[in-house]
Design a protein around this ligand. Sequence first.
Ligand code: SAJ
Length: 413
Amino acid sequence: MKICVIGLGYIGLPTACLLAVNGHQVIGVSRNSKIVDEINKGQTRIKENGIEKLLTSALQKGLTATTNATGADCFLLCISVDLDEKNKRCDYTNLIQAAESVASHLKPKNVVILESTVTPGTTKNILVPLLEKNGLKANKDFFVVYCPERAIPGNLIQELVNNNRIIGASSGQGKTLAKGIYSSFVKGQIVFTDETTAETVKLMENTYRDVNIALSNELANLCEKIGVDVWEAIKLANMHPRVDLHRPGPGVGGYCIQKDPWFLHQIDSAQAKLIETARSINDGRPSYVVEKLKGFVRPNSTISVFGVAFKGNVDDVRESPATEIIELLLLNGYKAKAYDPYVTDYKFELFSLEEATKDSDCILVVADHSEFKGLDPKGIVNMKSRKIFDTRNIIDEEVWLESGFDVKLLGAS
Ligand code: SAJ
């Protein structure tokens, strides 16, 4: 098939590559001409295991990147649908633009697949009318499908291939065409439903995680009050066969989990109080961390912020709790020096490990990078005072205590 993939970001690019190496003729489309040039040269800004190798093979097999959509058998929309921060609702700007660019190339028997996370009803009520503007009738002349991606940053390619996929469509032909496309690279199960159910399922998955994390964060606060180590308590509770508490921490970042619950909430805010509360608990974590830090290290001190990525082992800083933590530290009179072994481009200056700890009063661990697990505190000799506050329960407390560090653990002490 000739497939036009609109959007060459974290999901669009690896998906375009997987389709190309599995025999499709793929045109990747991005509005950003720099990204298009880089991709055509085999370069990518996305740091994921195996992505460069995959891109090289895809280019050899006929993937090409360009700035404009062209005619194709299938259009795959992998654009970001953002959250309108003010109203906490779906912002359709990117979707409208992408749909309009597809509409002008749409021909009978084409299939248009939306992968982006959206509020339920978007495929039927927003995408279809935009595509029908060219005169063809959806699910009669051409077919529309919603098939959410479910891959995790840090292990994208593996998960794009191995995870189960949900194909949501109202027409049998749409389902068959989409199955043909996905089964060329997906090894997981492919299941069918209608488009609005598929949109809802995707949001339910990420909302489940957000609410679960909020509960763990609340439990962490309560455990702190009674001197119980929440990490040990959660580990033991999760030994129950029907309990799966997530990890407490400094907040929920990234592009998905902190945004998606609002797309459900916008259906009826009065009926979505739990979602709203979870969002507020998780959004409040950076400020909670800074309040806790105040009782451990006084203002005017220098804090070495370890890990500015939104989670461990990724270079992605989108909506990272570390950014708000650094802003709050500065507002509260602290100096902050950030160190991250993965991130190279960040809002605040980044320091090497040694520069970040030089004359510092406390290390604040914010992202759970594996590098921090095995870090040898004996090698850190240039701090003004030996203190460490771990918000992820990632360091080996015993080792740091033995090395003369005063150790504080979020959710425990
Ligand atoms: N976090 C916690 N505690 C946890 C788990 C996560 O505080 O127990 C925090 C992380 O540190 C991070 C944020 O939540 O700041 C989100 O992390 P994540 O690993 O849950 O999610 P993402 O945003 O990296 O990717 C998710 C994936 N969801 C998972 O179920 C692991 C992926 O499957 C989705 O497809 C993706 O969002 C998406 O596209 O929506």
